[in-house]
Design a protein around this ligand. Structure first.
Ligand code: PGA
Length: 249
């Protein structure tokens, strides 16, 4: 069975005081929880790992540099992330693709850098509102999968997050049928490129305005194995019911 995963992306929110949410979340987790990952801002990674000790909650970063080291002022390498105790790193989030002009090939290199450091890459893809309204979603997704996923992907080194850009932070969510269509399409594309064994193992997350009140519906989709959650991951009281819905699915 594929593993289920709930990942919280705190983005540029929170300070060390917010790490108390990890302890609070731990107390609210179901008895048999799915995998839970919290991705705080980079300066909090080490302390987040300490705070999560013994809770079963894993820590991830929100981005890494594609090079292992060097003269890249302000950037963070995957090995530095791994050194904090984190196990995951998000790459290719639409906010990075947009604000930092990251292209598919950059995302592909970052995924490889993550693997080289022993991290699992959470590779994000998703279409703009314009592409969604022009019915170009599947073409965009196919292009991003082809360009952002390295050939060396395995069933264990990668998680893929489908995040329609128009759904992020907007409260708008695709219909269940639309989510099913895209996730089935992604699974089929993975199978064609990597074979059924690998394709069946890679968790596919949905992301974009996942909230306690819509999570159970989204998790009905057979090829949705979890969620990448922004706003609703900041507070344990919001994230816990989403994790519960995933455990129940
Ligand atoms: P949101 O963000 O849940 O606040 O929409 C999701 C994301 O950007 O990963």
């Amino acid at each position: 069975m594929r593993r289920k995963l709930a990942a919280g992306n705190w983005k540029m929110n929170g300070t060390a005081a917010c790490l108390a949410e990890l302890g609070a979340l731990h107390k609210m987790l179901p008895t048999a929880p799915p995998e839970v990952v919290i991705c705080p801002p980079a300066p909090l990674l080490f302390r987040a790992h300490e705070a999560a000790r013994g809770t079963g909650i894993e820590i991830g970063a929100q981005d890494c540099h594609m090079e292992a080291s060097g003269a890249f002022t302000g950037d963070i390498s995957a090995s530095l992330i791994a050194d904090t105790g984190a196990l995951y790193v998000i790459v290719g989030h639409s906010e990075r693709r947009d604000a930092h002009e990251e292209r598919d090939r950059d995302v592909r290199k970052k995924a490889k850098a993550a693997w080289a450091a022993g991290l699992t890459a959470i590779i994000c893809i998703g279409e703009t509102l314009e592409d969604h309204e022009a019915n170009n979603t599947l073409d965009i997704i196919a292009g991003q999968l082809a360009g952002s996923l390295p050939d060396q992907m395995t069933g264990t080194n990668t998680v893929i997050a489908y995040e329609p850009i128009w759904a992020i932070g907007t409260g708008k969510v695709p219909t269940l049928e639309q989510i099913v269509e895209v996730h089935d399409f992604i699974r089929a594309k993975l199978e064609t490129r990597y074979g059924a064994d690998i394709a069946d193992m890679v968790p596919l997350l949905y992301g974009g305005s996942v909230k306690p009140d819509n999570a159970a519906t989204i998790f009905q989709a057979a090829n949705v194995d979890g969620a990448l959650v922004g706003g609703a991951s900041l507070k344990a009281v919001d994230f816990a019911p989403i994790i519960q819905a995933l455990a129940d699915s």
